[in-house]
Ligand binder design. Structure first.
Ligand code: UD1
Ligand code: MG
Length: 348
């Protein structure tokens, strides 16, 4: 019953077809590129399997580069600032995977890439005041000007880093991206169905052009990165995916919704703050402890959502812990839809 204009529908279906092709190309390319990366020494050890035979195997790293390459081929909407921003971030991620940039420097990399998006941004800088507040404030729409741009900048930095630091279990980096991307796709389809004004539908159509190839290529990577990982995604992928999601939220005008989809990442960020700020020392890796006797992971004192789950749920295998975290991600997205449903009247 969704009333997407036939023109929109056509381009979305073409994009979906290309994305599907992108999925198969990615699946075929990953093993080939993985061999090349391994030969070049771009690889890592699977830390949560330390001491087991698998823990000694070098796993090729930075396979996000395949996802990004295929994504750029599939993606063809005319918004070059967006593509420049995501491409720049991917490049920085690949450099990071090759050079191992100190992690405090990593934190600022997205802020450089996001500048290219902000420079080119010509969209609105306004927010809609919730209806119950309108009588008190006296206006329906508030123009925030440069403050809005600052907010977008911070959002891009947050999204990119927050996916990268909610990591360290096989499948988690891509898995969270897949869940969020799927939620965004549903959100866009629902919005296109609900909104009547073409002008308001357009950002959501635009957003779908991004989201479909991201979902398809990420699923291909997921099939290799799921437990036990035969490839690692690298910061190439986490930066690429985080920045793409930020760009989608910003240009699709639903950054508040995006932030609720990112609830687990927000929690992980808050738990990480003492270590990120340097108040408590932050080791190179903040991974759980692997127990050789039981084969299970237990939590450490590092401030991460992974450890929070382990401390509260008890020891878990790497695979089931990742499933728990991905289900939690799904619940956060469901909660967001519920919230939007109940608050809908506030913004009509
Ligand atoms: C971020 C986290 C770090 C975490 C790392 C795991 C912060 C500040 N940084 O660092 O705590 O340890 O991600 O990715 O929170 N690896 C595994 N299993 C996996 C995925 C990765 O063992 O499922 C290991 C591999 O050795 C791989 C390495 O992590 O080579 C990749 O780490 P990298 O992405 O470079 O770490 P950061 O993003 O700097
Ligand atoms: Mg990383």
């Amino acid at each position: 019953h969704y009333s997407i204009d036939s023109e929109f529908r056509r381009s979305i279906i073409i994009n979906a077809g290309l994305s599907l092709a992108g999925f198969f190309v990615t699946v075929r390319m990953i093993p080939v590129v993985a061999r090349l990366l391994l030969r070049r020494g771009i690889c890592g050890l699977d830390i949560n399997k330390e001491g087991t035979p698998r823990g000694n195997v070098k796993v090729p790293e930075a396979l996000g580069i395949v996802v990004a390459l295929v994504f750029f081929v599939v993606w063809h909407a005319p918004y070059y600032a967006a593509i420049a921003c995501v491409a720049f971030m991917t490049l920085l991620g690949f450099v990071d995977d090759g050079l191992n940039v100190p992690w405090r420097v990593k934190l600022v990399l997205p802020s450089i890439a996001a500048l290219s998006l902000l420079m080119a941004y010509t969209g609105h800088t306004t927010i809609v005041i919730p209806k119950p507040l309108v009588p008190h404030i006296g206006i329906e729409i508030l123009d925030l000007g440069w403050i809005y741009k600052l907010y977008m900048w911070l959002l891009a930095i947050f999204c990119t880093n927050s996916i990268n630091i909610h990591a360290g279990l096989n499948g988690l980096e891509v898995g969270q991206t897949v869940v969020i991307t799927y939620a965004i796709l549903i959100h866009n389809i629902m919005q296109i169905g609900t909104l009547t004004d073409r002008q308001y539908k357009l950002p959501h159509v635009f957003s779908i052009y991004f989201v479909q190839p991201l979902l398809a290529t990420s699923l291909a990577l997921f099939s290799y990165n799921w437990y036990p990982s035969s490839v690692f995604v690298g910061d190439t992928y986490t930066y690429f995916a985080g920045m793409t999601l930020a760009v989608v939220g910003i240009l699709g005008h639903f950054s508040e919704t995006l932030l609720i989809f990112f609830l687990p990442q927000v929690l992980n960020f808050l738990l990480s703050l003492p270590q990120l700020s340097g108040y408590i020392p932050c080791p190179r890796h903040r991974l759980p402890r692997f127990n050789h006797q039981t084969g299970l992971l237990t939590g450490t004192n590092d401030g991460t959502l992974i450890n929070f789950f382990l401390r509260n749920l008890g020891p878990k295998s790497e695979k089931s812990l990742c499933i728990y975290l991905l289900v939690f991600q799904g619940i956060a997205c469901g909660f967001c839809f519920l919230l939007r449903h109940f608050l809908a009247g506030w913004y009509k």
